[in-house]
Write a protein that binds this ligand. Structure first.
Ligand SMILES: [Zn+2]
Ligand SMILES: [Zn+2]
Length: 337
């Protein structure tokens, strides 16, 4: 099979590699669509080889099932759920695999034409969705969906969403789908336009003027009852406290390696602020996202700006990482069709 190898900074080689072999309890998937994730940017940007087959937003068809597989069958369309839990702890039994403290590394393999995944790490794609939407209806849609769901957005409530990357744009869609009023914050003009296109009532440039004051002009003098931070940029993380109203809540989705210093008394206690983190998603969010799509309340493909093939995947990485050509989300056709 063919697979993308990340051999150095800005250098991807498409190589012929052996197909992975199915194991007991696992299934083999022919990958048809795979998406480039914000968390994949290091594969392109940082020097040196990154061995192995990367890519964790894949959708395809099951071509073989291993011994002992009972829930999946050959021919089924599935998307990959990347987090591998221990399978036995209380969290895993509730399918909250991200909370398992004995998690193993991810499934990966999405930038190869075949991958092998444990049976519980492939989720069926509901009828009418298809593989192209399926690859986006995983991390890219369900991560913000879980975050927005955990914020318990009320009808007509203002929700400030920081970030115009794929996660931020899908957070805007999810807020709308849940009946809230999204106010979008993003420095790049074309991504602000994308924010409005997917349902934000307005999109503000955080580099212009006093952001907190401009947010309050729109949401009312107290600020917004809810804020979802999808950039991981320290300035944006800090700005969430200036956007949120007393008694409100902030959900952090975007990550960075450095810390954020908060004044627990002034930022939280004296304003009754609830702060929450949300990482990745549970399989149940795929079901919720599928229902919202079937009801016409959101569309995973609304954030997709570019389609490339495995052979031209480097173009996709370049556009996405350079924020060029109006790029918001790139999906990769893997099977040469
Ligand atoms: Zn991802
Ligand atoms: Zn577990």
């Amino acid at each position: 099979m063919r697979a993308a190898q990340f051999v150095d900074q800005h250098r991807i080689v498409i190589e012929e590699v052996p197909e992975p072999r199915v194991r007991p309890g696992a299934v083999k998937v022919r990958v048809v669509w795979s998406a480039i994730c914000g968390s994949d940017q290091g594969l392109w940007k940082s020097p040196g080889a990154k061995p192995g087959i990367h890519g964790h937003e894949a959708a395809g068809t099951i071509v073989e099932v291993g011994e002992g597989v009972t829930r999946r069958q050959v021919g089924e369309e599935v998307l990959v759920y990347d987090v591998i839990g221990c399978g036995t702890c209380g969290y895993c039994q509730r399918r909250e695999y991200t909370r398992c403290s004995h998690r193993q590394g991810g499934v990966g393999g999405g930038f190869g034409q075949y991958l092998v995944a444990p049976e519980s790490n492939v989720l069926p794609i509901a009828p009418g969705i298809g593989l192209e939407r399926g690859c986006v209806l995983s991390d890219c849609l369900c991560t913000p969906l879980k975050a927005v769901e955990s914020a318990q957005v009320l009808a007509d409530e203002w929700v400030v969403v920081f970030g115009g990357g794929p996660i931020g744009l899908n957070a805007v869609q999810c807020v709308r789908a849940m009946g809230g009023r999204p106010l979008h914050i993003e420095p790049l003009a074309y991504r602000r336009e994308a924010g409005v296109r997917v349902g934000a009532q307005a999109s503000l440039d955080p580099t212009e003027g006093d952001l907190g004051a401009r947010i309050r002009e729109i949401t009312g003098p107290e600020g917004a009852p809810c804020v979802v931070e999808c950039t991981g940029v320290p300035e944006a993380q800090r700005a969430t406290f200036g956007a949120v109203a007393p008694g409100g809540r902030i959900v952090f989705v975007g990550e960075n390696a450095s810390g954020l210093s908060i004044n627990v008394s002034e930022d939280l206690i004296r304003r009754d602020i609830r702060v929450q983190g949300s990482w990745y998603f549970f399989p149940s969010h795929v079901e919720l996202a599928s229902t919202l799509f079937a009801q016409g309340r959101l569309d995973p493909l609304a954030v997709v700006s570019h389609r490339v093939t495995l052979e031209t995947i480097a173009d996709g990485f370049r556009m996405f990482c350079d924020r060029s050509d109006g790029c918001t989300k790139v999906i990769v056709r893997m099977d040469g069709e």
